[in-house]
Ligand binder design. Structure first.
Ligand SMILES: [Zn+2]
Length: 169
């Protein structure tokens, strides 16, 4: 089922999510909703808190659903390695129409569980590395603007406040 995506400013997006203890049918249904919602948006990644569920789960698919092998589901992901640096433009489904250049490590290795509860280790470079870090940030209650400094961050936050005030956010 498609779920509404929370926007910047809603509390759930700004607080850390909790570890998944057991992969229940409810968790599997949540993952299905996340995948559907991500493809419909369309987006290349979505974290559970973005649809209002404070659990440490994200989905990423750079192929936007075109390649069945492209879908990555990560439950309780943690970093194993992080190295290098990349500077690229970044956006977020929770901040529609905003983007900014964000510095991120160029390569990461993550481990976590897949939807069958099997431990998996995944390496990501380039956009994959960026997407994984962006989604783990969501699980830690952080969005990409929180990684910006000074005036760049202020500008976006101020615009969002203005939109919110006029009921357009
Ligand atoms: Zn995001």
């Amino acid at each position: 089922m498609l779920q509404p995506i929370l926007k910047y400013g809603e509390r759930m997006l700004h607080q850390p999510a909790t570890t998944v203890d057991v992969i229940t049918p409810e968790v599997l249904a949540l993952i299905t909703d996340m995948v559907e919602t991500m493809y419909a948006a369309p987006g290349i990644g979505l974290a559970a808190p973005q649809i209002g569920v404070p659990l440490r789960i994200f989905v990423v698919d750079l192929s936007l659903g075109r390649d069945p092998a492209g879908l990555i589901t990560m439950i309780n992901p943690v970093f194993v390695e992080r190295e290098g640096m990349q500077l690229e433009d970044e956006g977020c489904l929770s901040l529609p129409n905003f983007n900014a250049t964000v510095a991120r490590p160029a390569r990461v290795v993550l481990k976590g569980l897949n939807r069958d509860g099997v431990e998996q280790q995944i390496e990501g470079t380039g956009l994959h590395a960026r997407a994984f870090q962006h989604e783990i940030d969501h699980l830690d209650g952080r969005v990409f603007v929180d990684r910006l400094r000074g005036i760049k961050r202020e500008l976006i936050v101020r615009k969002i406040r203005k939109l919110a005030k006029s009921g357009r956010w």
